[in-house]
Write a protein that binds this ligand. Structure first.
Ligand code: Y43
Ligand code: MG
Length: 203
């Protein structure tokens, strides 16, 4: 079976990648399968830079093709925050519940029309001996006043998806995987995916 390695320790992301790639007959391994590998420091100033750091660090360690995902929530009324700091917005150790509470408290009193936001996902593909490249995807929505739903992960319970009329956490995983920022970024790899996977098998 073909296989890709995703440089993530986030179980929510891992599940999404597993599902999306399973439909193409591709197995996914993540850093959860390689606990001995070091933590990648996310020192970049953009999602793309951080995705490249994740992909290249792990690709070099394993000498294999690796995909990195750096993603987050961009809230217009907060000047783009939490942005690249989404995972640790409420401090260390990272905690989805606390991050949600911080965003909701910062948006207290902001009316619905001004609560626009988007999820952003940068993916970097690192292949030994080749130049790393990146793609990105977004998903537009609005921040709710209260969490709704229990599917997904991260900020999904407070992210309202207007085209679906529910929060991201009220969508099934299949529904989320049709419209998410991550799915939209992966769609841009589609035309190249077969050649990427072949190179991955050889690497
Ligand atoms: O579909 C999503 N639905 C809800 N929230 C999401 C999503 N995608 C990213 N997010 C949030 C979670 C975390 O607060 C941050 C990602 O941070 P990010 O550094 O990319 O991932 P992470 O530290 O959780 O795992 P890792 O770096 O090992 O991939 O944005
Ligand atoms: Mg991270």
């Amino acid at each position: 079976m073909k296989e890709v390695i995703i440089a993530t320790k986030n179980p929510g992301k891992a599940k999404e990648f597993e599902k999306i790639f399973a439909s193409r007959g591709v197995a996914v391994r993540t850093l959860l399968d390689f606990p001995e590998l070091p933590e990648v420091e996310e020192t970049g100033t953009t999602f793309e830079e951080n995705a490249v750091l994740k992909a290249e660090t792990i690709s070099k360690a394993l000498n294999k093709m690796v995909i990195g995902d750096d993603s987050g929530l961009i809230v217009d009324a907060l000047g783009g925050k939490p942005g690249i700091y989404s995972a640790r917005y409420a401090g260390e150790p990272k905690n989805d519940q606390k991050n949600i509470e911080k965003v909701l408290s910062e948006l207290k009193g902001v009316e619905e029309e001004s609560r626009t936001a988007r999820f952003y996902c940068a993916l970097a593909v690192a292949i030994p001996g080749q130049e790393t490249y990146t793609v990105s995807g977004t998903c537009e929505g609005r921040i709710l006043e209260e969490p709704r739903g229990s599917n997904g992960f991260g900020y999904d319970p407070i992210f309202y998806v207007p085209e679906k009329g529910v929060s991201m956490a009220e969508l099934s995983s299949n529904e989320k995987n049709q419209i998410s920022h991550r799915a939209n970024a992966l769609k841009k790899l589609d035309s190249e995916l077969d050649s990427i996977l072949e190179r991955a098998e050889r690497s």
